[in-house]
Design a protein around this ligand. Structure first.
Ligand SMILES: *Cc1c(COP(=O)(O)O)cnc(C)c1O
Ligand code: SF4
Length: 374
């Protein structure tokens, strides 16, 4: 018999449950541990027991969001692997975005001229089944070494074009406040770095990580932005909302990067609920990602048209700031490419013919003055 994960609360008391370190230390990682609380399917057991599988780790908090009575629970699909994950299709790649060859220093990815991404840890609060960096997260659970950080800081110092630094992983919020502050402070001291960004799933998978102490540290380093990854409206719980509010109240602009996942959020209804709930919580929908070609993700991939259709049904039909940009991160490392519904019907030197969100057609005349004359 399985018991509700919430029963643990009675055993450990509420204070421990709300301690992010307790959540982190008690991540469920094996079929044996998970099956105490959730009746696993044969397919899930096989995937969990396969030693060639990718890292598994689920906070008790995130596991408690699983609806055990719904075999298609969108939380379950993001957390517990099944057999489909073990099959690798012909298009799939270990390093789908060719990050490893855009890496001028260990743990650094320099894809775009004015911004870089640092992998500060390979540890996460939860290992998402759809993770694009699954080739490297969760195996060593190691943070960046001081030497690697020094090398990265000097690389950025020597590249005056870099004005935006992304602190990513893994999940940077698995580091202690002290470890994280060391990194942020070193980057903030570089004069030409204008903006620092942190990419984290902690508000979704371990919202107790967002403590007052963390927030007080972060707000010393403005302008600092945070991008989170809510994929389904049920992930925006009271706890997640509270964590997000703390960050927003500290003046940190919040963006959300959703991965479009079959069986999790591939419908317009869910996407609409999600973006509305996000903006109610002062989180701006930023990107909607087409699922990458990482290994074992075929079962999560949706046709490109599904993403275009979702954009079509959002743009103009709801607040402009609730509409994310649908992007494909180009396989082989071309960066993020926006994919939009087609609004331009045709264009001549004299005019452009457009359709609006309702399908009505409009003409906009070009100016008579040529730009060249200016
Ligand atoms: C996504 C990403 C960025 C940031 O891209 P934005 O479009 O500015 O959010 C930077 N570097 C790498 C390697 C990325 O994957
Ligand atoms: S939190 Fe991010 S890096 Fe970690 S497993 Fe999920 S998607 Fe991958």
């Amino acid at each position: 018999m399985t018991q509700s994960i919430k029963n643990i609360v009675e055993i450990v008391n509420q204070e421990q449950w709300e301690d992010w370190r307790w959540q982190f230390a008690n991540r469920l990682r094996t079929a044996e541990e998970i099956s105490k609380y959730i009746e696993l399917t044969e397919s899930e057991k096989q995937a969990l027991n396969a030693n060639r599988g990718f890292a598994v780790g689920i906070t008790p908090y995130y596991l408690s969001l699983i609806d055990v009575n719904n075999p298609n629970c969108p939380i379950r699909k993001q957390a517990i692997p099944n057999q489909q994950e073990l099959s690798v299709s012909a298009h799939e790649l270990a390093d789908p975005l060719a990050e490893d060859c855009k890496s001028p220093a260990a743990n650094l990815i320099h894809r775009y001229s004015d911004r870089v991404l640092i992998i500060v840890t390979e540890t996460c609060h939860m290992y998402c089944r759809h993770c694009t960096r699954r080739r490297r997260v969760g195996f060593r659970e190691a943070a960046i070494t001081p030497d690697a950080l020094t090398a990265i800081v000097s690389y950025i110092k020597n590249n005056a074009k870099i004005r935006d630094v992304l602190i990513s992983g893994g999940d940077p919020l698995t580091l202690s406040d002290i470890q994280l502050e060391k990194i942020i402070k070193a980057i903030r001291e570089i004069e030409h770095v204008e903006v620092i960004r942190i990419g984290t799933r902690a508000p979704v998978t371990n919202p107790y990580r967002v403590t007052d102490q963390l927030v007080n540290m972060l707000k010393k380093y403005h302008p600092l932005w945070i991008n989170v990854q809510f994929n389904h409206p049920t992930e925006i719980t009271a706890e997640a909302a509270k964590a997000s509010a703390k960050l927003a109240n500290a003046g940190i602009p919040l963006g959300n990067q959703t991965v479009l996942l079959k069986g999790v959020n591939n419908s317009i209804e869910i996407q609409k609920q999600l973006v509305h709930k996000l903006v109610k919580n002062r989180i701006r929908p930023y990107y909607l990602y087409q699922c990458d070609l990482a290994e074992g993700l075929e079962h999560f991939r949706t046709p490109i048209n599904r993403g275009i259709e979702i954009m079509e049904k959002l743009q103009g039909h709801t607040s402009g700031f609730a509409v994310p940009l649908f992007v494909i991160d180009a396989p082989g490392g071309g960066g993020k490419i926006p994919v939009l519904p087609q609004y331009v019907l045709y264009q001549t030197p004299e005019k452009i013919v457009l359709r609006n969100y309702e399908g009505k057609i409009f003409t906009y005349p070009e100016p008579n003055n040529s730009e060249k004359e200016e």
